[in-house]
Design a protein around this ligand. Structure first.
Ligand SMILES: [Zn+2]
Length: 269
């Protein structure tokens, strides 16, 4: 028996709702992972009074609005970051489902799953790296394993391409960081950045990952340097590079090919 096809908006709606719940989990990840705490146990508590938040007070976005951003028990303010992260994650998940359902996009299944993982993981990476200058392994290691696993799908990359992507792109950034450390006589690059690029290599192959690094460096100069100067060079003299890598690789995955052609055209082929 044939079933009528599901209207795409149903899928997108459910994707968005699922994303809201993932966003709720991301809030826990963002708070606890840099502190080395478990993201599963114990359940969420108010930071003001320790009041254990009931499951129905944990409904993404809606709960924050209904409680007017305050703890039910002690009235302490709950940061607007919580509903924002939830809404953003819902939006990204809805977009990802739309991308999956888009007919004839020409992208293979492995690429679509990889893009979804990167786009979602970018959200906690953004906040954690900006705040704590670190990228948790708990976000990059699963991405590496996922990339290698997806390469066994019939279309898209081969396992060898995935492996060389991880080692090649990650190794390249490690070498750059190592050279910079020798020149500047201090640690110039976090290993988290290297692992993030290795994850991009495992998911999308070396060319996209390396091209993503170029995009990330350009973005870092355009956005990061003015920000650093406005803050008059913060003490660490540190730019969190992870967010730029995430955006760079996302851009490169979709537009790397076109950018490459444009550049070759400039050179007169
Ligand atoms: Zn409270």
């Amino acid at each position: 028996m044939e079933y009528p096809p599901l209207p795409p908006f149903i899928g997108i709606l459910f994707g968005g709702l699922f994303g809201l719940m993932v966003g709720s989990f991301f809030n826990v990840v963002i708070y606890r992972m840099p502190r080395g705490e478990s993201v599963i146990w114990p359940p969420s508590r108010c930071m003001g009074c320790g009041y254990q938040i009931k499951f129905y007070q944990n409904v993404p976005v809606l709960a924050w609005i209904l409680l007017r951003g305050k703890c039910k028990s002690c009235g302490a303010r709950i940061s607007v970051q919580y509903p924002l992260i939830e809404a953003l994650t819902g939006l990204v998940a809805a977009l990802a489902v739309g991308f999956f359902l888009q007919p004839g996009s020409g992208y293979d299944l492995g690429f679509k799953i990889g893009i979804t993982y990167l786009a979602l993981a970018s959200i906690p990476i953004f906040v954690i790296d900006f705040r704590h200058f670190l990228i948790p392994d708990m976000l990059t290691y699963p991405g590496m394993i996922l990339g290698l696993g997806l390469s066994f799908l019939p279309d898209g990359m081969t396992p060898l391409q995935s492996l060389t992507g991880a080692v090649g792109a990650g190794g390249f950034l490690w070498l750059v960081g190592f050279a910079a450390s020798l020149l500047l006589k201090k640690d110039a690059m976090g290993l988290g950045d290297v692992k993030l690029v290795a994850m991009a290599g495992a998911l999308f192959g070396a060319p996209i990952a390396l091209f993503g690094l170029i995009f990330a460096s350009v973005l870092g100069c355009l956005v990061g340097l003015p920000m650093m100067m406005m803050r008059k060079l913060n003490e660490h003299r540190h730019i969190p590079f992870g967010p730029y890598i995430c955006v760079g690789v996302l851009l490169s995955a979709f537009y790397g090919r076109a950018a490459m052609d444009w550049y070759m055209g400039l050179l007169g082929r």
